[in-house]
Design a protein around this ligand. Structure first.
Ligand code: SF4
Ligand code: SF4
Length: 423
């Protein structure tokens, strides 16, 4: 009698098939198997993935004697991704339940159900708000007009001749009332020069009342020039308060030291946010860190239009970078439905315009449109929270699509969706 086996691939194994390529990934070991232009393996994987098969198929000894299939099955067993079971040991086909991904309030899903809407709990999604209080600043960082589009950083409109707009404190107060029940993880307070915001003390009281971690972004040269503003904040510092201190190059070391001393003297948590554009800047960061070893640094690379090679070397990912991160199953599921960089975030500019991401069109105006309506708009028609790789070229044709880091503002700045050495 011909011997038969159940061949199965575990339900937690991530399988991706794109055109003639296939990838299998074990999130518990980080092991990746890749198959290129191997029709036998692709056919077998497609069979396993048929909904009726639930990743379990019958395999005969004859099939296993095929060298491609035999090697594939051995690799799967060796990588703890699946196994063979003698059919004679079971009365029927074994069943397993591969997960089906959906977000709780998925718009496509809810739109098909009578009486349900995306707005039911949309406020629960809100996790971080960045509030640009003003666009006034006396510094002249050359990256001012662009850096804030690549990573959280201060920004003023001086170059456009429109400086001096600021958010009315009443609008901020109403905003906090509106988001009162949300499970926010962080609030960023940025300018311009936040320390020159006239209602800084009142704002700090409002922030403390929220009892949510909050970060003031204040450039080191602005800290040195604003002892009065620092004094207002000092009186109201809590464990939830943090200062993010952008440091641009070339650095004025005396001023950086003075900013460091001032922040240390008021006993607030703070981090230096180094904005670098080259390897020379990075070496300078290393030198500065040896001078300020107690400060935990954040290094952000600014794309200035001329440092693409620096990006290719330091930001672009390759296969090893992706594998080294060992993406968790939850990460893979999230990557298939939402953009983890953008999801849950809102940014409010000094003119009151609210964005899910400043690189995309606004969702409304603070004070005119409710946060609830704006979040619902982002969930249904927005371009930021749901911007995922499976919808963009060339990532939609790449087997790494769900393992790769989400599309970020660097993709927008460099004008390409794949900052990688793979595709
Ligand atoms: S300190 Fe910030 S807001 Fe001021 S010029 Fe520099 S980047 Fe712009
Ligand atoms: S960036 Fe896109 S093309 Fe490159 S590896 Fe990731 S998913 Fe593939």
């Amino acid at each position: 009698m011909k011997k038969e086996y159940w061949f199965y691939i575990d339900s937690f194994i991530h399988i991706s098939i794109k055109k003639n390529n296939a990838l299998l990934y074990n999130p518990y070991t980080g092991k990746i198997l890749e198959y290129k232009n191997n029709p036998q393996v692709l056919k077998l994987l497609s069979r396993l993935l048929l909904p009726r098969n639930l990743r379990v198929v019958v395999m005969t000894e004859k099939e296993l004697s095929n060298s491609f299939i035999g090697n594939f099955v051995r690799e799967i067993k060796r990588s703890f991704m699946g196994d063979l079971l003698d059919c004679s040991f079971s009365d029927g086909k074994p069943v397993q339940m591969p997960p089906h991904v959906k977000i709780q309030k998925d718009t496509t899903y809810l739109n098909n159900i009578k009486g349900r809407s995306v707005g039911e709990k949309v406020m629960d999604y809100l996790s971080e708000i960045s509030i640009y209080l003003n666009d006034r600043c006396s510094q002249d960082c050359h990256f001012c007009g662009e850096a804030y589009r690549q990573f959280p950083c201060c920004h003023c409109s001086r170059l456009l001749g429109r400086a001096n707009r600021r958010l009315n404190i009443r609008l901020v107060e109403n905003l906090f009332k509106e988001i009162g029940g949300c499970r926010l993880g962080n609030i960023n307070i940025l300018g311009g020069d936040v320390l020159s915001y006239p209602d800084l003390e009142q704002l700090t009281e409002l922030l403390n009342f929220q009892n949510i971690p909050h970060s003031y972004f204040a450039h080191y040269r602005n800290i040195v020039g604003h002892e009065d503003g620092m004094e207002q904040v000092r009186r109201l510092i809590t464990e939830q308060t943090q200062f993010m201190v952008p440091v641009s190059f070339p650095v004025e070391k005396e001023k950086l030291r003075a900013a460091f001393e001032m922040l240390r003297s008021i006993k607030v948590q703070f981090r230096f946010l180094y904005v670098i554009e080259s390897m020379d800047d990075f070496h300078e960061v290393e030198r500065l860190q040896s001078e300020f070893p107690s400060v935990s640094p954040i290094v952000r690379i600014f794309y200035n239009g001329n440092n693409r090679a620096f990006f290719e070397e330091n930001v672009y990912v390759d296969r090893e970078d992706i594998v080294a991160k060992i993406p968790h199953l939850k990460t893979i599921y999230m990557n298939s439905t939402v953009n983890r960089s953008n999801f849950g975030k809102l940014t409010i500019l000094p003119n009151g315009r609210v964005h899910a991401n400043v690189n995309n069109p606004g969702l409304g105006i603070l004070g005119k449109d409710s946060i609830y309506d704006m979040l619902t708009k982002e969930m249904t028609t927005g371009k930021s929270w749901r911007k995922i790789r499976k919808h963009v070229t060339p990532c939609k044709s790449c087997v790494f699509e769900k393992l790769c880091p989400p599309l970020s503002d660097y993709n927008t700045a460099l004008g390409r969706n794949n900052l990688c050495h793979i595709y």
